[in-house]
Write a protein that binds this ligand. Structure first.
Ligand SMILES: Cc1cc2nc3c(=O)[nH]c(=O)nc-3n(C[C@H](O)[C@H](O)[C@H](O)COP(=O)(O)OP(=O)(O)OC[C@H]3O[C@@H](n4cnc5c(N)ncnc54)[C@H](O)[C@@H]3O)c2cc1C
Length: 446
């Protein structure tokens, strides 16, 4: 029923992505991180290697990789540099609303262009004044005949510094909240679009993050990917596909941190022994592995659901906040094993730690994921009966119960304190909490 074996194609893909990560990304990213300059050429190389645009369907010339395939590629890239993972996978995030839309003309035109050339695609819901509250978008889309005019500012746009295209979420009226949201696939060289300066950040410095400003930008009707009222759902569906992949950033980074920590612990000596000979260090490493393995399983499960057309909203959210939070623990523990050297810029741990800090923030913060999960759970039909209907049979003693079975007596449960009374009638009041007879509900026979 369940098979965790990677197919031959997936193993080949993993090998290719790993080679790219080790040969092309790992040796150069530290320089660009230090310079705070995103290396655009790596995105072009990823395109040439066939390792971006992962989700473009075959009918538009793409690889047609599913989400599980994508998670395999992204883990490898992120193992070398989570920020390059953000940038390379940023294309898939930018393309996903278009792929999910019903706009065949735009899909044909833009997805095919992305396959042919190393086009860069961004995604923007966030604005200077809002991020988590997607329904609070203020970027204005005004109807102009069949077309729209866009005015407003998007913030935190990944790859904004050099994007060719972007999926832009806007509103016809901020007061309508989610009912007013719409989305457009825009060409970034259209009149009225201005890109802001590269935003300086703690980590993810090799990933371009900018604002994008829209000043009376004319968007033709053929570039609408969500009509007003449908943009919110499109954004949420996009996140269901992309949130498990944020988990792959976390797993890739955590996996590398664990390997680096093991290597260091095998070489560094203290108190006449290798660090790796101390059980306290071994325990830390074993826990790192446990967290990485559990994270990967959650990602694969969520991707598996999505790839079968199932609604993976719940699994995407638990995956996102679990994997990204445990990756922070793994990175912290790895840095601890490195001691002072972990805190230097000579070794890779500090960059990994800086790069992954954002994973609990972007694409929906950990708090937002918890909100999603709780909302979902509160609508789920429980297996267990409600507490005030919980049956409870009794026997005079255990021996009798084993011999004759439990007594079938009428049972009444106090809805306030849970006490169960046996008899034809409930008591006048509860002997424990003193609530009156009306507090009792019959729980047996059903
Ligand atoms: C490096 C980077 C790249 C990014 N790339 C993109 C991109 O490509 N496209 C894009 O659209 N956005 C992007 N973002 C933006 C990112 O998605 C937002 O930063 C994120 O959604 C959080 O929004 P915010 O920063 O406005 O925080 P806020 O929404 O202002 O939240 C601030 C804090 O309050 C908490 N909070 C808010 N509401 C609640 C609530 N109801 N209950 C409990 N806690 C709450 C949040 O969890 C958070 O801790 C990027 C951000 C970064 C840092």
């Amino acid at each position: 029923m369940i098979d965790f074996t990677l197919s031959l194609e997936q193993k080949k893909l993993q090998k290719k992505a790993r080679k790219f990560a080790l040969d092309e990304i790992l040796p150069v990213v530290n320089y660009f991180d230090e310079m705070d300059v995103p290396p655009k050429f790596l995105l072009q190389k990823a395109h040439a290697a066939g390792l971006n645009n992962l989700g473009i369907p075959k009918e538009y010339g793409g690889h047609g990789y599913n989400l599980l395939d994508a998670s395999i590629v992204v883990e490898e890239v992120a193992a070398a540099c989570p920020a390059m993972g953000t940038s390379i996978f940023g294309n898939s995030l930018g393309q996903e609303p278009l792929i999910l839309s019903g706009n065949e003309g735009a899909k044909e035109k833009y997805l095919s262009a992305c396959v042919r050339e190393p086009k860069i695609v961004s995604f923007a819901t966030s604005e200077p004044g809002m991020g988590s509250d997607v329904a609070g978008i203020r970027c204005k889309a005004e109807k102009n005949g069949e077309d729209y005019i866009l005015n407003g500012t998007k913030y935190w746009v990944t790859n904004g510094g050099y994007a060719d295209y972007a999926s832009i979420f806007a509103t016809v009226d901020p007061k309508l909240r989610h009912k007013g949201l719409c989305a457009f696939f825009v060409e970034m060289d259209w009149d009225g679009i201005t890109v802001g300066e590269h935003i300086p950040k703690l980590g993810q410095r090799v990933s371009s993050t900018t604002a994008v400003h829209f000043d009376n930008v004319h968007v033709p009707a053929k570039n609408v990917i969500a009509i007003p009222g449908t943009g919110f759902l499109l954004a949420m569906k996009t996140f269901s596909s992309t949130r498990p992949i944020i988990g792959s950033f976390a797993v890739g980074a955590a996996r590398s941190a664990m390997e680096f920590a093991m290597d260091y612990a095998n070489k560094r000596r203290a108190f006449t022994m290798k660090l790796s000979e101390f059980q306290a260090i071994q325990f830390k490493i074993a826990e790192m592995y446990q967290k990485i393995e559990a994270s990967r399983l959650m990602i694969w499960k969520s991707a598996w659901e999505a790839d079968r057309g199932m609604d993976n909203t719940l699994s995407a959210s638990i995956t996102k906040f679990y994997t990204t939070e445990v990756a922070q623990q793994v990175l912290n523990d790895a840095l601890q094993i490195f001691g002072g050297y972990g805190y230097t810029r000579f070794y890779p741990i500090e960059k990994l730690l800086r790069d992954i800090r954002v994973l609990t923030i972007y694409e929906g913060t950990s708090e937002v994921q918890r909100l999603v999960v709780y909302r979902y759970l509160s609508k789920m039909k429980p297996v267990m009966p409600p507490l005030d209907e919980l049956p409870r049979l009794k026997a005079d003693n255990a021996e009798q119960a084993a011999r004759e079975g439990m007594k079938e007596q009428t049972a009444w449960r106090c809805r306030i304190c849970g006490y169960v009374h046996y008899g034809e009638e409930p008591p006048d009041h509860c002997p424990y909490c003193f609530f009156p007879k009306t507090a009792f509900k019959k729980v047996w026979p059903k």
